[in-house]
Design a protein. Structure first.
Length: 282
């Protein structure tokens, strides 16, 4: 059993993505966050070995392995062998709305997922390195370009994901995702989705959470807020109009939820985007 010595605790950030290349050598160290974070965490091992604890188990992660941890999930991972290095690229990120149904990988425990990249690491690693290089480039490039590189990684991962070839995603959950995408501007309750796919609310909620590692309500809100962020970036619509367009009839409540999710009010988010200060945007 690994006895980690050092905690890795990145500073709070206000960007849709922060990432880096980590080389851990002689000292054992770990990331330990009992309540998790509000964003997703992806760690890809390029060399050496790490470990992750999830539920009642512990797993070794080696070269080509990609560890994915969902929001609000306990995190405990780190350097496994003090006699060798662990080299990885990590990224804390807020997914774009159309990424959400890609983030369903083989689970070690609820919210903790591991994908064996194998030979596809040769395609994944250049994109990850591009992502980290962009993240320290000119400010105006950080938001879209780094996220675009990560998106290409997730597309490759979706191609090799053994449980997410769409045939293994329950047809009722696929239908629910389609409904959410089509009805973001309309009232949409979990009860509505469960009825639309022919399940009880409780059974639907359990199945949805098992397959997507988040509750239906969390998915709906995340999709709405991601769409709102895109509209703040690409349109000149007033905040109240955008709120209504993504299913928040109350602009004040929308602003409250947006601030909680992105770390700032919608108006500030838009202002920073317009000034190209992408590193200040969450």
């Amino acid at each position: 059993m690994v006895q980690p010595q050092t905690e890795i605790t990145p500073a709070p950030h206000s960007s849709p993505i922060i990432c880096g290349l980590l080389r851990q050598g002689e000292d054992l160290s770990r990331g330990f966050r009992p309540t998790g974070t509000k964003d997703w965490l992806l760690i890809t091992t390029l060399g050496g070995t790490g470990y992750v604890r999830a539920g009642q188990g512990e797993w070794i992660i080696g070269v080509g392995d990609l560890l994915l941890i969902a929001p609000d999930t306990a995190q405990e991972y780190g350097h496994f062998d003090e006699n060798s290095s662990w080299i990885n690229i990590w990224a804390h990120f807020r997914p774009r709305s159309h990424w959400l149904n890609w983030l369903n990988w083989p689970q070690l425990a609820r919210g903790v997922m591991l994908l064996r990249g194998g030979s596809r690491l040769r395609e994944i690693e250049p994109e990850l390195r591009r992502m980290t290089d962009i993240a320290v480039g000119p400010l105006r490039l950080r938001l879209d370009a780094a996220m675009n590189a990560l998106e290409r990684v997730l597309i490759i991962c979706d191609d090799i994901n053994p449980i997410h070839d769409r045939s293994t995603l329950d047809r009722r959950i696929k239908k629910a995702l389609e409904i959410v995408g089509e009805r973001l501007a309309k009232p949409l309750a979990v009860e509505d989705l469960s009825k639309a796919v022919g399940l009880s609310r409780s059974r639907f909620s359990v199945l949805f959470s098992e397959q997507l590692s988040m509750s239906p309500q969390s998915y709906i809100e995340a999709a709405r807020l991601a769409r709102a962020a895109q509209m703040l970036h690409s349109s000149s619509w007033p905040v109240a109009q955008i709120a209504e367009e993504v299913g928040f009839p109350n602009a004040y409540y929308f602003s409250t939820r947006f601030r909680r999710h992105f770390g700032m009010p919608p108006s500030v988010y838009r202002s920073l985007v317009e000034r190209g200060q992408a590193n200040n945007i969450h």
